[in-house]
Ligand binder design. Sequence first.
Ligand code: CU
Length: 149
Amino acid sequence: MESDLHPLIYPWRFQMKIRLPFLVSVLVLLAVSCGPAQSQARVFFVEPADGTTVQSPVHVVMGVEGMQVKPAGEIVEGTGHHHLLIDRGGYAEGEAIPNDEQNRHFGGGQTETELELEPGQHTLTLQFANGAHQSYGERLAASITITVE
Ligand SMILES: [Cu+2]
């Protein structure tokens, strides 16, 4: 009797042997891609809120997730510092951010500042960059528009 059943059971077992490692690798890939990978890191304005009307000096709070804030100096993967760009967009990945009135560096690792702005509408862009002030590009940039009274 046993030998009669065997051909029926065998194909099923054989399939499971192939499928199991495949399923395991799919699950491992899913777990890795859902982890706190750098590709999911982001920057954002905690304050002020997009579209709001504020008074100068503007209290700005800079947020980042999935990356660590570290003072400028050496380039360390997964770390960097904030830059506040006034009335201009972000920098392409790898581009060095100039240091002037329009491009403020927070190389000390600061996450807050008081910003003097002329009355009117302004675009503020938060740009994260590495220890050598080289931009992390669009994936680590965020812009808001505010009106200063
Ligand atoms: Cu910088």
